[in-house]
Design a protein around this ligand. Structure first.
Ligand code: HSE
Length: 436
């Protein structure tokens, strides 16, 4: 049978992984698809380097548009990244009738509506399994494996760089700055790691999962995003004393009022599996009505793990190429006419539990005044920890874990606490998730 011909845009780490895995596992993959899959063209600006990395039969070009213009190419794999030229090339490839596979979460989260509508208009397939959590087949799980369910919530560690940094901070007591330098030295973090540490990369991925979980248009513009760059190692240590670990979670939850979509550091009980996901690993928890809670764990980045997801999309396409457009799995798992524009809740409307750290004067009545403010706002205390003041110091740290409260009410309570003369510095607040 005629091979599926692939044009690969970008021969970086994931491009090389995709090329190598496809070549190495060619026979096994063909037994699964019933058709050979061959990367016959590669576009990369460094033509010489790319040529040294591929078989002699594979044509290497500097101009990606040569691939798009080639009528023999069935599928274009975009591994350039970013919103710039990648967006233009994906749209041009679709306009030329190519099916497209991409690992580009930023592109989908920000320009998802445009890309999906272009794919639908041309009747081409769009695969993006590799865009979320690398090698973990979470898109397929949400879109197909869990299709019988009403999904209640998802919560994921979906950025390996920040999980590595948090693990180093907890295990070695490092500051955020030192742990980041270590992540960069080991090649986990980019030279410009801002999308990772500010939570933007996790928000891109969480938005894609949220759209698929709830059948809503891509909600990234409404996401609440807080990274780990303000996190202090003291809080990681205090959380540990109370039986919690701090993770950067991407959370999306359906409530009666709307959908929560938020990325921020969260305390999670050390007894949960997700709290024990360490280093650069990723994990996603999904809670749904029929199946209950499921957990997906694995490598969220790297050449071959991400290639695993890229090639899975190509294999799906090879199987479905001759099927009618309506018989294919919808891009976001719901029929496009059935998408519902459910409101994304403001962070002020989110209800969750909290960790508060207060730097207070070590004197009579302080505890009563702080707990009084919480009582006035009907916020119930779950646990407290007070550190003995250091010798010669009249300031101490008071840590409070609360039961659930609305964020806007918690904001008012924190403002009142900060007005107390005995509360000496701004209150540190980290949300705590029960994940029940
Ligand atoms: N920068 C991402 C991470 C990898 O650290 O998880 C690819 O999404």
């Amino acid at each position: 049978m005629k091979p599926i011909q692939i044009g690969l845009l970008g021969l970086g780490t994931v491009g090389k992984g995709t090329y190598d895995v496809l070549l190495r596992n060619q026979a096994e993959i063909q037994r699964r698809t019933g058709r050979p899959i061959q990367i016959t063209m590669v576009a990369d600006l460094d033509v010489e380097r790319a040529r040294s990395m591929v078989e002699p039969g594979c044509q290497v070009v500097a101009d990606a548009r040569q691939i798009i213009a080639n009528p023999d190419i069935d599928v274009v794999i975009e591994l350039i990244g970013g919103y710039g030229i990648a967006r233009t090339l994906v749209l041009e490839a679709m306009a030329a009738g190519k099916h497209v596979v991409t690992a580009n979460k930023a592109l989908l989260a920000v320009h998802g509506a445009e890309i999906l509508s272009a794919a639908q208009h041309k009747g081409v397939m769009l695969g993006f399994e590799a865009a979320v959590a690398g090698g973990i087949p979470i898109i397929k799980s949400l879109r197909e494996g869990l299709t019988a369910n009403k999904i209640h919530w998802i919560a994921g560690i979906i950025n390996g760089t920040t999980n590595f940094i948090l693990t180093q901070m907890r295990e070695k007591g490092l500051s955020f700055e030192i742990a980041l330098k270590e992540a960069q030295a080991l090649g986990y973090a980019e030279a410009d790691p801002s999308f990772d540490i500010q939570g933007v990369d996790a928000a891109h991925k969480c938005s894609i999962m949220s759209a698929i979980s709830f059948g809503i248009p891509m909600p990234f513009a409404h996401a609440y995003i807080e990274g780990i760059d303000q996190l202090q190692s003291e809080d990681i240590a205090f959380a540990e004393q109370l039986g919690y670990r701090i993770k950067l979670l991407g959370i999306s939850k359906k409530t009666d009022q709307g959908i929560e979509l938020r990325v921020h550091p969260s305390l999670v009980s050390e007894k949960t599996l997700i709290a024990n996901v360490e280093g650069a690993m990723n994990a996603v928890m999904v809670n749904a009505d029929a199946v209950g809670t499921t957990l997906y764990y694995g490598k969220g980045a790297g050449g071959e793990p991400t290639a695993s997801a890229v090639i899975a999309d190509v294999v799906d396409m090879a199987r479905l190429m001759s099927s009618h457009v309506d018989a294919r799995v919808p891009y976001l798992g719901f029929q496009s006419a059935e998408m519902v524009d459910t409101p994304i809740l403001s962070i002020n409307d989110v209800v969750t539990c909290y960790y508060l750290r207060l730097g207070v004067a070590d004197q009579a009545g302080v505890l009563a005044s702080v707990t009084g403010v919480l009582a006035d706002h009907e916020i119930s205390i779950d646990a407290m920890l007070q550190q003995p003041a250091a010798v010669g110091q009249d300031r101490t740290e008071l840590i409070v874990l609360t039961h659930s409260a609305k964020e806007s009410v918690m904001n008012q309570a924190i403002a009142k606490m900060e007005e107390l003369p005995t509360v000496l510095v701004p209150v540190i607040r980290i949300r705590k998730e029960d994940l029940n």
